[in-house]
Design a protein around this ligand. Structure first.
Ligand code: PEP
Ligand code: MN
Length: 337
């Protein structure tokens, strides 16, 4: 950790900061410059808040040098993590596609989706059986019956299943039917849920919270990993900003930042990232170009009649086009899809 004292900070102020650092267990290395005094703290202490020192008189700024997450850090596994499920490898050279409706609605809808998803060459079908809706009066999902429908269609079409788990009590059910358990944006900091998922032996797709920083996303991954489950796939799905033209602001730059900071695979969800189907294709292209290991998109045989998220859901033809275009981009950057 590095503390930069203000220009003109007094010796008493500097001594007070050094005293506090020593109390916290740091060994302090002092460098007295012409204008600023720098205090380098070396120590075993990970669990401190730099803001707690920034409020000391005479302190200009305080920076943590070592990241607060350990298992999720790129240093932990410099070569990168590949999450392997049957023959599908997420985080390897091949860009993986996960697609399906926002919500599981019926046998017919899921059968049509599975045909579209498998037909276009995607590997994973998505669909929510438990839906985190902003209003308690909106459709909340089909529950176990939905999961049964999704699993059966996936098996018939050779697809893997990803579906959202909203609560600890749903974990056994999700484990029975899904290959990947999704933690939605609203639950990214549901620490009890994350801890429980740390004890599971199923890959977790962890979505970035609506207003979460990249560091907070990585700390949430750390919660899961610290329980022993290292198979975490991160998902950029747009964040809330002052912009209103799109449902969320798709943070494409989060993809290369995450690829640098962590060894975990990173996928992108341009459906929730934009909220409008016409923007999904360009953002999917951008995500693959930026280094995403996979895409998660919403597709429906008749999106105008979808129970949830219809506006951002691709028509079958648009999905096929997206798969063709992102495959070409993957090839152009030395990957496959
Ligand atoms: C979803 O995938 O349908 C979903 C609810 O996503 P998010 O948690 O990113 O809003
Ligand atoms: Mn959705």
């Amino acid at each position: 950790m590095l503390v930069v004292m203000q220009e003109g900070a007094t010796e008493t102020q500097t001594e007070a900061v050094i005293g506090r650092l020593v109390d916290m267990g740091f060994t302090v290395h002092r460098s007295t410059g012409v204008r600023h005094t720098l205090l380098g703290g070396v120590g075993p202490t990970d669990d401190f808040d730099p803001a707690a020192l920034e409020v000391f008189d005479g302190v200009k700024e305080c920076h943590r040098i070592i990241s607060p997450y350990k298992l999720a850090s790129r240093h932990f596994k410099p070569g990168g993590t590949i999450v392997k499920i049957n023959s599908v490898e997420i985080g390897g050279p091949k860009v993986i596609s996960m697609a399906g409706p926002c919500s599981i609605e019926s046998v017919e809808q899921i059968e049509a989706c599975a045909r579209i998803v498998a037909g276009a060459g995607a590997q994973v079908i998505r669909g929510g059986a438990f839906k985190p809706r902003s209003s308690p009066y909106s459709f909340q999902g089909m529950g176990e019956e939905g999961l049964r429908i999704l699993r059966s269609a996936a098996d018939r079409h050779g697809l893997l299943v990803v579906s959202e788990v909203m609560d600890q009590v749903q974990i056994p059910l999700l484990i029975e039917y899904a290959d990947i358990l999704q933690v939605g944006a609203r639950n990214m900091q549901n620490f009890n849920l994350l801890r429980e998922l740390g004890h599971c032996r199923k890959p977790i797709l962890l979505k970035r919270g609506i207003a979460a920083t990249i560091e907070e996303l990585l700390l949430s991954a750390e919660y899961i990993m610290s329980g022993g489950n290292y198979e975490v796939i991160l998902c950029e799905r747009g964040i809330r900003t002052f912009e209103t033209s799109t449902r969320n602001t798709m943070d494409i730059s989060a993809i290369p930042v995450l690829k640098r900071l962590t060894h975990l695979p990173v996928v992108a969800d341009p459906s929730h990232g934009t909220g409008k189907r016409d923007y999904v294709l360009p953002m999917a292209r951008a995500a693959v170009a930026a280094g995403a290991d996979g895409l998660l998109v919403e597709v429906h045989p008749d999106p105008d009649r979808a129970i949830s998220d219809g506006a951002q859901t691709l028509r079958p033809q648009q999905f096929t086009e997206m798969m063709q275009q992102t495959r070409a981009i993957a090839t152009a950057i030395g990957r496959s899809a």
